[in-house]
Design a protein around this ligand. Structure first.
Ligand code: GDP
Ligand code: IMO
Ligand code: MG
Length: 425
């Protein structure tokens, strides 16, 4: 079985929690795009783990893989491995494999990301992790791969060609190009030696696992509307975040996919700039942010919050080919009455049921809402769907009816046990 999980909104839908939960049924959990711009939270046995690049299957028996379509900061992955060791979670080469072709995020990528953000008149609000510049180098064929940093001579040879070019780019932004002459090169060579034993051929491993009848779970980072092709350009990340990207980035043909799970938060959030049609200012927005702990896992920035947006969900289902949805953070809507759902938009006098093609049009829509009755009962300890208040079930049913695919699980709290099943996954 090959399952792909992606976020259906702007990221932070609760992918980490759901991947952790499902990973017990999968022999492999693999990241296929993005880098440490991602922040995936797992809570188990009272302990909180925030993962940026290691896949969210750390607590299960599954093997974890980082695919070649990701961009990896070696300092971050090594510190994640070290921090997990402090919690007695041993991330050995038997547990974790990293593809030799994984792009390495270099210090100059981070410097350029910061400088570019400062220079932009209309900010994107990136995580400043160097993600965009690492992907630029991939398509420009100037990337450094993991295999390069473990070979000292090859690495130094590559840098001889690249560093003058990077110095020029940094200087053109008015940045300090002398920073590049720091001693980070030796540190990277050291990190390469630490990571050497983790190198693997991710595509081959997954193929072999599928041939042997094993289960593989591909864990998306970010969300559908941050997709570099289909998202809200230019307010997007620099990788393709939709389900099809898992196939291309892992080298697994689309014929191998068994199911595609979309994670939908019961409301919507966005961190960084760009349109968010249902954004709530004022008291309700503040209440959702506070109760939902809606602050960036990676940057700590407050997330912008809004009502659930059905036109965006419709498009996300199309873009990803979802076979089922998991609804998260339903508990955060408790005591909000009425609960609103955006069912369409008004744009230039017309009613739309689907997001307009262009980002500037999406920024100009006026959302139209349906109001549903709320519920006041604490739902965080409910164990069966039938025990949910009628209004909460109506909310779920409403989404299912418009989505036309099943909501198989509902998350009622950050803990593993705070998840109820509607239908079998
Ligand atoms: P991801 O990037 O999609 O993995 O999501 P994040 O980890 O960045 O953000 C989701 C946050 O919500 C984390 O702090 C989770 O622990 C928490 N969370 C996940 N599901 C639920 C839920 O159903 N209810 C509540 N209250 N919190 C949840
Ligand atoms: P997870 O995996 C939410 C956003 C940034 C910014 C834009 C571009 O935790 O859901 P980048 O640094 O990628 O060039 O920034 O994308 N962004 C995320 N927002 N969750 C994420 O990841 C994100 N990763 C990037 O805030 O708006
Ligand atoms: Mg996150």
């Amino acid at each position: 079985m090959f399952t792909i999980i992606t976020g259906s909104q702007f990221g932070d839908e609760g992918k980490g929690k759901i991947v952790d939960l499902l990973s017990t049924n999968y022999q492999i959990v693999v990241r296929f795009q993005g880098g440490d711009n991602a922040g995936h939270t797992i809570i188990a046995e009272g302990k909180k783990f925030k993962l940026h690049i290691i896949p969210s299957g750390i607590l299960s028996q599954s093997r974890l893989l980082v695919g070649p379509g990701t961009v990896m900061n070696p300092e971050i992955i090594v510190s994640e491995i070290d921090n997990l060791a402090k919690s007695n979670i041993k991330i050995t080469p038997e547990k974790l494999g990293i593809d030799a072709k994984t792009s390495i995020i270099m210090p100059y990528h981070i410097q350029l990301d910061e400088l570019n953000e400062i220079a932009r008149q209309n900010k994107i609000g990136t995580t400043k992790r160097g993600i965009g510049f690492a992907y630029i180098d991939k398509v420009a064929r100037d990337e450094i791969q993991l295999a390069d940093i473990i070979d000292k001579h090859r690495f130094k040879q590559r840098l001889e060609k690249l560093l003058p070019q990077k110095k020029e780019a940094i200087a053109s932004f008015g940045g300090d190009s002398d920073k590049i002459d720091g001693d980070w090169v030796n540190r990277y060579i050291q990190l390469g030696q630490t990571l050497k034993s983790y190198i693997t051929d991710v595509s081959y491993e997954i193929h072999n696992a599928l041939e042997d009848g094993k289960n593989v779970l591909a864990e998306g980072a970010q969300g559908t509307y941050l997709d570099v092709i289909h998202g809200t350009q230019k307010y997007v990340t620099s990788s393709s975040t939709i389900a099809g990207s898992a196939c291309a980035n892992l080298g697994i043909g689309p014929t191998r996919v068994t199911n595609v799970i979309g994670i939908v938060k019961a409301y919507i959030t966005r961190v960084g700039e760009g349109p968010l049609p249902t954004e709530l200012g004022g008291k309700i927005g503040d209440q959702i942010r506070k109760n939902g702990g809606e602050y960036g896992t990676t940057t700590g920035r407050p997330r912008r919050c809004g009502w659930l947006d059905i036109p965006m969900l419709r498009k996300a289902i199309n873009l990803n080919g979802y076979t089922q949805l998991v609804l998260t953070k339903l508990d955060i809507l408790t005591k909000l009455s009425p609960v609103k759902i955006c069912t369409g938009y008004k744009l230039n006098g017309k009613t739309l049921k689907y997001p307009p093609l262009q980002t500037h049009e999406l920024a100009n829509v006026s959302p139209e809402y349906t109001e549903l009755e709320g519920w006041n009962q604490d739902i965080t300890n409910i164990k069966h769907y039938s025990e949910l208040p009628g209004a909460a079930r109506d909310y779920i049913q409403y989404i299912e009816n418009v989505a036309k695919i099943p909501i198989t699980s509902i998350s009622l709290g950050a803990g593993r046990e705070q998840t109820i099943t509607k239908d079998k996954i």
